[in-house]
Design a protein around this ligand. Structure first.
Ligand code: AMP
Ligand code: MG
Length: 383
């Protein structure tokens, strides 16, 4: 049996780097971006010496405000099992990036299913309990998507994720009896969620939840809120290849987000130009192991208990709501091409998508037809 986590880390790095390159291209201040790691303090860096001098000698004349679009700050952190980068522009950029990094650490500590100090771990041990505002919101959103996807998005899938070894890294192929024995324990409808009292009661002692399919999208959405509340109007967050952007780039152009090629690690299948959107991708290539020449990945079809095997190798969702984008990238990957297209037609206007198949065919929805650039042949899906 061959563990493949190193590939995931490499591919995520590539994605982060590539995205950073794209973000930097054509941005006058990106080369002066401050790097913030963890809680390190930052100083603003202006585009050239003249600006820096102005700041030194004119502390009371608002020169920083006048130059606000020239100011940027960025930070990076390893959290939620991946590399994350945050970049903000404007006079509040440094504060926004610091707050964003703090928020990532807070949510990482709260939402991990494996960290013994997390709220999710506690809930799983005690078969339910009282929920924080964040976890209550996440359960509510998960439930909505569970219902709208006919159960394909199912945070109660965790007992199955565990027997495949995706939680511990001790990968193995379970037998059908083991999977069948867990059917009742992965039935999300048996978990009682009381929104008003923010309480959760599991339907059986073996039930466990896992927010791995929604947490990164929720985190990027929260960072956009932090940016907005601090007056930042231009920024981007890249959580291991899952990207969300605020506004336009400071030069007034759209952000360009590269979609990684799941087959060739160092290339990409296309670039989508966006503003005020999340671009979130799910793919079997992100985490998998191989046994007897068969590849088993981490996105489980709740109807079979096996990794989804529907001919798609990557699904990207483009949507203003990062939380929804994350849920849908996981769900539509499980549905396969036809199911994903049917779902999109029933939810017109809510999101756009990029589907990449095992046969290396590329399908995009009409909403991004003018903003997706690729060297490959593209089929545009319309109503
Ligand atoms: P993503 O990378 O967003 O597609 O999420 C994949 C992660 O979501 C996996 O690593 C599991 O933790 C979890 N997961 C796997 N299958 C499902 C499912 N059917 N519904 C919800 N979450 C899932
Ligand atoms: Mg997801």
């Amino acid at each position: 049996m061959k563990k493949m986590n190193h590939r995931k880390i490499l591919s995520l790095c590539m994605c982060v780097v590539y995205c950073s390159l794209l973000v930097s291209c054509g941005s006058s201040s990106a080369k002066n971006t401050n790097q913030i790691n963890g809680n390190e303090s930052v100083t603003k860096v202006f585009e050239n010496e003249k600006n820096a001098d102005e700041t030194d000698t004119n502390e009371n004349n608002n020169s920083q405000e006048e130059k606000k679009d020239d100011v940027s700050a960025s930070g990076d952190i390893f959290a939620m099992d991946t590399y994350m980068t945050v970049l903000a522009y404007g006079s509040h950029a440094d504060e926004a990036v610091k707050e964003a990094l703090k928020e990532i650490e807070r949510l990482d500590g709260m939402l991990s299913a494996t960290d013994k100090d997390s709220e999710i771990y506690e809930l799983n041990i005690h078969h339910g309990g009282h929920l924080s505002d964040d976890v209550s919101d996440l359960i509510e959103r998960s439930k909505e998507v569970y219902e709208s996807t006919g159960g394909k998005f199912n945070i109660a899938i965790y007992p199955i994720v565990e027997i495949w070894g995706f939680a511990s890294g001790n990968y193995r192929v379970p037998n059908q009896d083991e999977i069948d024995a867990l059917q009742e324990d992965i039935d999300f409808s048996k978990i009682e969620f009381e929104k008003n009292s923010k309480s959760l009661v599991y339907g059986s002692e073996k039930m466990k939840i896992d927010l791995g399919g929604i947490a990164k999208g929720y985190t990027s959405a929260r960072i956009m809120d932090i940016f907005r509340n601090l007056g930042v109007t231009s920024g981007i967050v890249n959580l291991g290849g899952n990207v969300q952007v605020l506004g336009m780039k400071p030069d007034g152009s759209e952000w360009k987000v590269a979609i990684q090629n799941p087959v060739e690690e160092e290339s990409y299948i296309g670039v989508v130009k966006v503003h005020d959107k999340a671009v979130i991708t799910s793919g079997g290539y992100e985490r998998y192991f191989e046994e007897n020449g068969v590849r088993y990945h981490h996105i489980i079809d709740p109807d079979t208990g096996f990794p989804a095997n529907t001919g798609l190798i990557s699904v990207s969702i483009i949507c203003a709501d990062g939380t929804l984008a994350d849920c849908l990238s996981t769900s539509l990957f499980i549905m396969g091409k036809d199911g994903a297209i049917e779902y999109w037609k029933m939810h017109q206007g809510e999101f756009d998508m990029i589907l990449y198949t095992e046969d290396e065919e590329l399908f995009i929805t009409e909403g991004i037809a003018d903003s997706f650039i690729s060297e490959s042949k593209i089929t545009v899906i319309s109503e």
